[in-house]
Design a protein around this ligand. Structure first.
Ligand code: CMC
Length: 429
């Protein structure tokens, strides 16, 4: 008998089954042979929220949540944050290798030359209410892009996919900035091809009357770092949505609108917005213990703390904390930083948080940096979505080319009524 197997005894029948183990995993479908009667459906696994189910094989991002490790294509996140740029990292995530000088030049040129959006998309954004949430505008507008690029339906054509990749990486930033300007009642600022990806984004957000916008190099670098840290995170809620929607073979704009919608929720990419609201609510260091007590009493969760995968300090949070101090050199220290530091100090020494392995996650400090950089709180999830676009499309493409994949279709355990006859209205009680 091979050692790489799992022997299961079905105590209902006394029968034994030998299930192969590969990559420390068994195939759920191998359990279907376990049945009492030949016409039984067979054993399924029950795993709401996929806490112990691998939905795919992937070569993109590696996380060891117990050790606090995050790597894109094998490269440690701290090395990328220190040495790379967002566009280079996006190339790495999408192509599997760091680009050569020529490849990076070509990639940068192509992304940069797809940053403009069709004037009708601008009009589409104009149609949103004056106080529409920018994340809602982003989700709607990215979905609308599919109507502008019907060629995107040709998903099994590599050349077509390449074009949608350029468009998506580039245009998401433009749409995000336009959504902000619309909300503020400010004129749209067109992309500046001479600036870096992050520099141009700051230009489209904040340019006023100056002829040429010059981003602060420190803020530009900080934004690059934040974009790198958010570029991918393997099978999280929104990536799972991207893969699941994409598995129906819909175009990538429609799938990405769905992924962005999943990101919007406060337990995912909306958490940075929720963290800032929480810090504003606490307001001062002396009120932290009272707040922690209410969290422990179960009144609410400490936003920016805890993670499904990380049971150790989120490595992204460590880098963001360092970046925060660099940003404050330019912007001045935000008064909420002291509240955040005290919250972290108390939480990390309290048994409630220690026993549940609840550590600060990526969203705990990112909001404070964004606030210091003058981004309104509603833009925070949008700032997450811009770089995550790279991860979403890489995961989408990997799914499309994976021969193991089919349309996503989980099973259920039906616990509802057995068959019964329709009851006419007059007989219903
Ligand atoms: N504050 C207080 N208690 C918490 C928190 C928190 N932030 N997170 C988890 N717990 C407790 C939870 O009540 C439970 O306690 P008990 O065992 O007594 O019932 C235990 O810890 C396990 O929690 P869980 O809900 O089973 O854990 P999960 O893996 O399903 O949830 C999470 C992960 C991120 C949704 C959760 O930690 C949370 O809601 N955090 C706050 C929201 C947040 O910061 N989200 C951003 C995640 S990082 C960015 C991203 O990738 O999206």
């Amino acid at each position: 008998m091979s050692n790489d197997t799992l022997t299961i005894t079905d105590n209902r029948t006394g029968k034994q089954y030998e299930i192969p183990i590969k990559d420390e995993t068994i195939k759920a479908i191998d359990l279907r042979q376990i049945r009492v009667k030949p016409d039984d459906f067979g054993i399924m696994t029950y795993d709401p929220a996929f806490t112990n189910t691998a939905s795919c094989k992937s070569r993109i991002t590696f996380i060891d949540g117990d050790k606090g490790i995050l790597r894109y294509r094998g490269y440690p996140i701290d090395q990328l944050a220190e040495k790379s740029t967002y566009l280079e990292t996006a190339y790495l995530i999408l192509h599997g290798e760091l680009p050569t000088t020529d490849q990076l030049k070509d990639w940068t040129w192509n992304v940069t030359h797809h940053t403009f959006i069709h004037e009708s998309i601008k009009k589409f954004i104009d149609g949103f209410h004056h106080d529409a949430h920018p994340m809602g505008m982003l989700i709607g507008t990215v979905g609308a892009l599919s109507t502008f690029y019907p060629d995107a339906k040709d998903i099994f054509n590599a050349e077509s996919r390449r074009k949608q990749v350029y468009r998506l990486i580039a245009k998401v930033a433009t749409i995000a900035a336009f959504a902000y300007r619309h909300r503020m009642g400010l004129p749209y600022v067109y992309p500046d091809n001479e600036l870096s990806f992050a520099g141009n984004f700051l230009n489209m957000m904040f340019k006023k009357t100056e002829l040429k916008y010059q981003p602060s190099p420190i803020l530009e670098k900080a934004l690059e770092v934040l974009f790198i840290l958010h570029a991918d995170h393997e099978q999280n809620c929104s990536t799972n949505a991207m893969r699941s929607i994409g598995s129906s073979q819909v175009d990538p704009y429609s799938a990405l609108a769905g992924a962005a919608a999943a990101l919007y929720g406060p337990l995912h990419g909306g958490a940075n917005e929720a963290v800032l609201k929480m810090l504003n609510q606490i307001k001062s260091v002396d009120r932290v213990p009272e707040y922690i007590k209410r969290v422990k009493d179960g009144d609410f969760r400490l936003m920016g703390f805890g993670h499904r995968v990380y049971k150790n300090y989120d490595p992204r949070a460590t880098i963001i904390k360092q970046t925060a101090y660099e940003v404050f050199e330019v912007t001045g220290k935000d008064e909420l930083l002291d509240v955040a530091l005290e919250l972290e100090r108390i939480a990390l020494s309290d048994d409630y948080f220690i026993s549940r392995k609840l550590y600060p996650n990526v969203d705990f400090y990112s909001g404070i940096i964004y606030k210091a950089m003058d981004f309104p709180v509603e833009m925070f999830p949008v700032l997450f979505a811009i770089p995550r676009t790279a991860g979403w499309i890489a995961q989408w493409e990997e799914m499309l080319l994976d021969e193991d994949q089919k349309i996503a279709r989980p099973r259920q355990i039906y616990l509802g009524s057995d068959v019964r006859d329709y009851v006419p209205m007059v007989k219903r009680t």
